[in-house]
Design a protein around this ligand. Structure first.
Ligand code: HSE
Length: 452
């Protein structure tokens, strides 16, 4: 059978990896796919660099639309990223009858409904294994391997940059700003790391997993997104003393009234395997009613790990090319006529309705009755305390320990862990506590996930 013809849009890190892995493993991949997979064309603005990567093996062009217009190309691999030109090119490729493989989580999390709809109408595949957790086959696991289950929750470390930063903060006892600079110098973090450190990249990935796990449309606009920029070394140390690690988790969970979809720093018990995922590695835990808890671990970024996922999609497409796609695996795991029917699917819950437990750090004046006032407010809000820690007075000191206007007042940090509470109730209680004259600095609140 004639090899399937692929056009790459962009040959940076992932594109080069895709090219070299396809070349290196071509014989095994051909035996698996039932036909060869050939990169016939590559489009890149930097044509010189592209030619250095592919040599004479593929035609290099500067204009991506030359690939889309070529009737011999069966599959377009979009590795440009972002919502702008990438969206236009993906929709044009679909309109031209090409299958699409993309690693673009931002594009699918925001415009997925439109893109999957266009692909269904045209009878082509849009595949995106590389968009979530790089080389970990989590899309395949959720969509196919766990298809018997009613998924209860998914929680993942799905951003390597932030996990590297948090690991360094814990290992070396450094604050966020210092480690971010180190990560940038080492090339782990982008020059503009906003999407990573503010949790946006993780939220794009969590949004996709949420749709696949629960049969809801992709709804990035409903995700709660909080990054790691406000975490202090002190919170990481206190968490450790209480038996927890702090990780940036992407969480999506089935609750009574709807679906939780949230990204934020979370305390995770140090004994959980996922709490021990260090450096730039990714890991996703999925809990299904039949299978129980399963864990997927691996490299979430990088040239060949991401290429591994791109090529898996190419093999799926090579096997299905020319077949009736009506019986193929639906892109979002559920048949499209069961998605997005107004009012039928579970809503994504606002953050106030989320139920979780909390770590609170409250800087207070160290005087009689302060703790009683705080615990009184929590008790009145029906918030149950799980554990408490009071920093020794001689540990409180140094920079930031005397917020403006509080010089000379003896002060201490109260660390409180709570049991499960509705976030809206916690918001109200924290507003009351913050207003106490004996509370001397903004309260730190970090959510806690037991993941059991
Ligand atoms: N920037 C991402 C990360 C990789 O740090 O994990 C691509 O999604």
């Amino acid at each position: 059978m004639k090899p399937i013809q692929v056009g790459l849009l962009g040959i940076g890190t992932v594109g080069s990896g895709t090219f070299s892995v396809l070349q290196r493993n071509q014989e095994e991949i051909r035996r698996r796919a039932g036909r060869g997979i050939e990169i016939a064309m590559v489009a890149d603005l930097d044509m010189t660099r592209a030619k250095q990567v592919v040599g004479d093996a593929a035609k290099v062009v500067g204009d991506a639309r030359e690939i889309i217009a070529n009737p011999d190309i069966d599959v377009v691999v979009e590795l440009i990223g972002g919502y702008g030109i990438a969206k236009a090119l993906v929709l044009e490729a679909i309109a031209a009858g090409k299958h699409v493989v993309t690693a673009n989580k931002a594009l699918l999390a925001v415009h997925g409904t439109e893109i999957f709809q266009a692909a269904a109408e045209k009878g082509v595949i849009v595949a995106y294994e590389a968009a979530v957790a790089g080389g970990i086959p989590i899309i395949k696991a959720l969509r196919e391997g766990l298809t018997a289950n009613s998924i209860q929750w998914v929680a993942g470390i799905i951003n390597g940059t932030t996990n590297f930063i948090l690991s360094e903060m814990r290992d070396k006892g450094l604050d966020f700003d210092v480690v971010l600079k180190e990560a940038q110098a080492l090339g782990y973090a982008e020059a503009d790391p906003t999407f990573d450190i503010e949790g946006v990249d993780a939220a794009h990935k969590a949004t996709l997993m949420s749709a696949i796990a629960f049969g809801i449309p992709v709804q990035f606009d409903k995700a709660y997104v909080e990054g790691i920029t406000k975490l202090s070394g002190a919170d990481i140390r206190y968490a450790e003393q209480l038996g927890y690690r702090i990780k940036l988790l992407g969480i999506t969970k089935r609750a009574d009234k709807g679906i939780e979809l949230r990204v934020h720093p979370s305390l995770v018990p140090a004994k959980r395997l996922i709490a021990n995922v260090e450096g730039a590695m990714n890991a996703v835990v999925v809990h299904g009613d039949a299978v129980g808890t399963t864990l997927y671990y691996g490299k979430g970024a990088g040239s060949e790990p991401t290429a591994s996922a791109v090529i898996a999609d190419l093999v799926d497409i090579a096997r299905l090319h020319g077949a009736d796609l009506a019986h193929s695996v639906p892109p979002l795991a559920f048949q499209s006529n069961t998605l997005g029917a107004a009012g039928k699917e579970l809503p994504v819950l606002p953050m106030a309705e989320v139920v979780t437990s909390y770590y609170l750090r409250i800087r207070v004046a160290d005087e009689a009755g302060v703790l009683a006032k705080i615990t009184g407010i929590l008790a009145h809000a029906d918030i149950s305390i799980d554990a408490m820690l009071q920093r020794e007075a001689d540990e409180v000191g140094g920079e930031g320990s005397n917020p403006e206007g509080t010089q000379g007042i003896p002060q201490t940090d109260l660390i409180i862990l709570t049991h499960d509470t509705r976030e809206g109730d916690m918001d109200q209680a924290l507003a009351e506590i913050q207003a106490l004259p004996t509370v001397l600095a903004p309260i730190t609140r970090i959510r806690k996930e037991e993941l059991n």
